[in-house]
Design a protein around this ligand. Sequence first.
Ligand code: GRF
Length: 193
Amino acid sequence: MKPLRLGILGSGKGSNCRVILESIRAGSLPARACVVISDVLDAPILEIAREFAVPNAYLPSGKFKTRLEPAAEVELVRMLHEADVELVVLAGFMRVLKSPMLEAFPRRIINIHPSLLPKFPGLEAWKQALAAGESVTGCTVHYVDEKIDHGDIIAQREVQILPNDSAESLHTRIQIAEHALYPEVIARLCREA
Ligand code: GRF
């Protein structure tokens, strides 16, 4: 099977990126990481890419806080096309994508979110779940559309909320679930491609 060509985008610590790169290295994910791109110059995710010898780049985002400046988003499309990317994997990318990306990669951009969507889109979803008094939350892999943490759901994994959970302890268990779910889902998409 020809490995699916991935472009991974992230703004932060990159733990999901790390498990994806480890799964590729271990042979359990039939993909190739072609490029890792971050809108944060010193984001650990870029360091992880270098550790795995994956081409990587910083993309200056422009003057907006929650999205890319249109010229930056056009540049992002150019970089992903140049790397011949087939599937764009958001791994903690903190910018909402708009039409340049959505039109260039229709149903070819996926994201992981730390709740059972459609519950608790947005920031710190594990804190939202705790505050709402839920007994179960989890994580969701979904296709990306023009709305935040929205789009067709591909897979979910539940995480129980324990009576003495803190925001930190719950977040840690959700991330463990993410690290199992994301490579599994990408492997499934690779097999279906
Ligand atoms: C993950 O918890 C993911 O659900 C959210 O951003 C976080 C990224 O974490 N979209 P990391 O950078 O992969 O450690």
